[in-house]
Every structure is written in structure tokens, then in C-alpha cells.
Design a protein around this ligand. Structure first.
Ligand code: SF4
Length: 489
């Protein structure tokens, strides 16, 4: 028997369905006995897994993102290995894909499946179950006889249209329905893998190497329909890296769900959506597209170039997108990566000015600000980070220490080129901005509450005086402001 475990990802928001485990489970159906344990719902996952192992489970597969998931997975796996040395522990997901050697050096991770590893995972489980040696599998990293970690080349990405349907019956789907800006009962799906671009700050590139493979519009629409009819959803969030790559697929999907009356959300590039026709925009709006997440990244065209943002990304296009989305009543959610080397201060100040411009064009734009954190990808940004003295931890214990946990959530003090005053300036700006433009995605921030926040912050915003906004903090707490990047929409 096999256990698939999803470590808790955030205590502050209702969890999203464990899509990665459902994808793995789909390939296990009828092949291996398995159970899904979700640490977001099970507050004593260690004992639940322990029970399964005592009942005969021999393998544990875990999906691990940096941050809270890693912080949970490290002590849990160490303890399970101590209790059950014969248990085979397999890690997969963003973190192990990039830092597979650190995972294997821990001694309690036996195998790492790198990239989109559903098929590799299935082959690994097949081999282990039948006592065969799996070490020639593409996409697998393991410890060699001398104890040193070794990784085979990554495997091709499986086509999501060729993957079986998710075994929703294995989880209590209704427990994942959450209230969001899109609807009262929002559920999630993943309709495509990867992204055809190579931005050099983005962990997706290491996972997929520039490939994008998608389920057909028909299948994607059928999933949405099933979530509505079988599980009562009134909104769907698509956790694709880039949902909108192919205009014809988006349009076909939008047409197929017109009758559902749901709200939906996805992730795109600005330049891609700007190329869509007006008819496509109308269809997206009419089918319920409420908000789109887009990486605006920077207020400087030069930085966009350095990020290898690719395509035809530019600051003019970001402004054009803010305008276009306003025209169609769809909320653009722009993320920015600030503090990029080699001139983090200039970068921060320039981008903050640009954000003010964006807000003038479309005050409903949601702004998500992240501090630049390197990913191990060849390119000017990472090279400069290394030159400034940046180095990743070499052990999992270091990774789960306080500072590196902050790093994983892009709040770190581990970034040598970003000093404290600059970090504080960023935080202060964010506080003033979110008070002057209260998010429209938080239903409790309306009427008088909005007015109070705006009135209290107007002088600061107009004078560009963001320092020490102590008076705004209690006000925002009192009026239930939520940071979208930690609480979601
Ligand atoms: S377009 Fe977005 S998902 Fe694709 S590589 Fe760039 S940042 Fe990553």
C-alpha cells in the first residue's frame, strides 16, 4: 500500500484541493492500493500516516513546496523514518525538483521525482512494488551506492489530456469549497502543464523547460461542469502556470461554460491576453472570468529584459492591460518582483512609481508585491545574486530555519543586496497603497470602511510620504483588510 501526503500549505486560508495528489492517485487507481492524507484537513497527519504504515503501507509520496509545506515535511519524514526505517519516502514538486541533492542528503528521503512526475512516479511505484531496481528511470534522483545523490535527466512532461480523470471520490471535495472573489463555493482545477517562456526568476522553467501542454477545451469545460453539478461549485480557479497560452482553446472553453453561470480565475501573461480579439474578451467576460493573475514584474523595461521575460513584455503593455481589463470589468491582478540586482534601490523606487501609474489607469487593479528571490537558473539575475554573496542552504534543516522560511515566502533577510531600510520602505508603501486603494475582492471592505481607509491614507499617498504608517495598521486590522498574497482572494 502507498500513502500520498499533502503537507499543510497555509493556516490562514481554506485549503485548495490537493490537485497534485489527485493527479498521482488517478494513475494508481486499479493498480496499487493507496490513501490520500491532506495535512490541511488532518491536524495529526503524522499519526494518521503512522497508522497506515503499521497497517502495511510501504511507500510514502509527498509533494513539497518551499515554505510551510517544507517545514512540515522535514520533521514528519524524519520521524517516520525513525519509527519505520523500511518505509520508502519519495518527494516530488517544486522544491525537490530544484534542490533534489539537498533532499537526498538528508538521509530520510529515498527518492526524488523531478518535474511533472506523474508517470515517473507510477513507474517508480511499479518497480518498487515488484522488487525491481528503478534507478534507470528518467526524472528520478536517488542516492548511489557510495551515498552520493545522483539525478537522471528529467523525463518528458506527460500530456494532461492523456492522464486519467481525477479520482475525486478519494477526497471529501465539498470540504475544499471556499468563499472567494469569484464565488461562494470555489473549487480548483489544473488544466495545463507548464509555460512556453523562460523568465529567469521563475521556478516553472526548471519544471518544464519551456513546454506547455493543455487539456482540450472540451475536457476542461467538462471538469468545470462536474465540479458544479456533482460538488455544488459556483466558481473555479485554474491553477495552471499559464492558462491562456492558446486563444482558440480559451474561447472554446468560454463558449462551453457560458450556461454554467460560474465565476472563474486563471493565470496569464499580459502580452498574450493583449493579443486576444475583442470577441474573445467579450466571451471571457460573459463566461464569468472575474479576475486574471498576470506577472507585470517590473516598472522598468530594462529589468524586464534582464529577467528574460520574453515575448513582447513591456511597461506600456502593462498599462494597456490595466486599461483593457477595466473596459471589460475583469480585475487584473498584477504581481511585481522588486529589489532586483544590480540596483535594488533604483528598481524598487522605479517600480513603486510605476504601480502608482497603474492604479491611476485602473484603480481596481490588484497589486501583489514580492521581493526578488533567486532560483537556481542560469541567467544574469542569478549570476548577479551569486556575485553578491547569495548561496542556497546545503541542508534541509537550514532550509526550514526561520530566515529561510521567510525567504521561501519572499520576505527574507537572507538577500544580501536588499537592506533593511529598503525592505521597510517597501512594506510601508504597501500599507499605504492598500489603504488608499482597498481591495475590491474583500467583500467586507465596502461603503464606510472603504471611505475611512481612503480618507486616513489620502494625505500620505498624495504626498508620497509612506514612512511609519503606524496609524494605518490598527485601522486595517479593525476593518478586516487581508493581504491577498497570503490570504488569497
Ligand atoms: S510567463 Fe510566467 S509562468 Fe511562464 S516562465 Fe514567465 S513567469 Fe514563469
Amino acid at each position: 500500500m502507498l500513502i500520498l501526503y499533502n503537507p499543510p500549505s497555509s493556516a490562514r486560508r481554506k485549503p485548495v484541493m490537493p490537485l497534485a495528489l489527485l493527479a498521482l492517485g488517478a494513475l494508481m487507481e486499479g493498480r496499487h492500493e493507496y490513501a490520500i492524507v491532506d495535512g490541511n484537513l488532518d491536524t495529526n497527519a503524522l499519526e494518521t500516516i503512522d497508522r497506515h504504515v503499521r497497517d502495511g503501507a510501504r511507500m510514502l509520496g509527498i509533494t513539497v513546496m518551499p515554505g510551510p509545506q517544507l517545514a512540515d515535511a522535514v520533521p514528519l519524514c524524519r520521524e517516520l523514518k525513525r519509527r519505520h526505517p523500511g518505509l520508502t519516502i519519495i518527494w516530488g514538486g517544486y522544491f525537490p525538483t530544484q534542490h533534489w541533492d539537498v533532499c537526498l542528503k538528508s538521509g530520510f528521503v529515498d527518492y526524488v521525482v523531478r518535474g511533472h512526475g506523474e508517470v515517473v512516479f507510477q513507474s517508480l511505484v511499479d518497480r518498487l512494488a515488484s522488487g525491481e531496481n528503478p534507478t534507470d528511470l528518467a526524472g528520478l534522483a536517488y542516492r548511489q551506492a557510495d551515498g552520493l545523490p545522483f539525478s537522471n535527466p528529467t523525463a518528458p512532461i506527460p500530456h494532461p489530456d492523456l492522464m486519467p480523470e481525477f479520482p475525486y471520490q478519494r477526497i471529501d471535495v465539498r470540504r475544499y469549497a471556499r468563499k472567494s472573489f469569484m464565488g461562494r463555493r470555489t473549487l480548483a482545477h489544473h488544466s495545463s502543464y507548464g509555460c512556453p517562456f523562460f523568465c529567469n526568476f521563475c521556478a516553472v522553467v526548471n519544471m518544464v523547460g519551456g513546454r506547455w501542454l493543455a487539456q482540450s477545451a472540451e475536457r476542461t469545460a467538462n471538469v468545470a461542469r462536474r465540479l458544479v453539478t456533482d460538488y455544488g461549485a459556483d466558481a473555479v480557479e485554474f491553477y495552471d502556470n499559464n492558462f491562456f497560452v492558446h486563444e482558440a482553446r480559451t474561447v472554446d472553453f468560454a463558449e462551453r461554460i457560458l450556461d454554467l453561470g460560474i465565476g472563474w480565475w486563471g493565470d496569464s501573461r499580459i502580452d498574450t491576453l493583449l493579443r486576444y480579439s475583442d470577441r474573445s474578451w467579450r466571451l471571457m467576460r460573459d463566461s464569468g472570468l472575474r479576475m486574471v493573475f498576470m506577472g507585470a514584474e517590473s516598472g522598468s523595461d530594462e529589468t524586464l529584459k534582464r529577467m528574460n521575460k520574453g515575448g513582447s513584455a513591456s511597461t506600456d503593455k502593462t498599462l494597456a492591460m490595466a486599461e483593457k481589463a477595466r473596459e471589460y470589468g475583469i480585475v487584473p491582478e498584477f504581481s511585481f518582483v522588486l529589489g532586483n540586482p544590480p540596483d535594488p534601490e533604483g528598481d524598487v523606487r522605479g517600480t513603486l512609481e510605476f504601480i502608482r501609474k497603474v492604479k491611476r489607469v485602473n484603480p481596481h487593479t490588484e497589486i501583489i508585491m514580492y521581493v526578488y528571490t533567486p532560483v537556481p537558473l542560469a541567467g544574469e539575475l542569478y549570476d548577479q545574486a551569486k556575485a553578491e554573496g547569495f548561496a542556497f542552504p546545503e541542508t534541509l534543516d537550514e532550509w526550514v530555519s526561520g530566515d529561510w522560511q521567510d525567504f521561501a515566502q519572499r520576505r527574507s533577510a537572507q538577500i544580501p543586496w536588499l537592506d533593511d531600510p529598503l525592505r521597510r520602505h517597501l512594506r510601508d508603501f504597501e500599507r499605504v497603497l492598500s489603504a488608499y486603494y482597498p481591495t475590491i475582492t474583500n467583500p467586507s471592505l465596502h461603503g464606510v470602511r472603504r471611505f475611512v481607509l481612503r480618507a486616513a491614507s489620502a494625505w500620505r499617498y498624495h504626498l508620497g510620504f509612506y514612512r511609519y504608517p503606524y496609524e494605518l495598521r490598527p485601522l486595517q486590522r479593525l476593518l478586516a483588510y487581508q493581504r491577498p498574497e497570503t490570504c488569497g482572494f
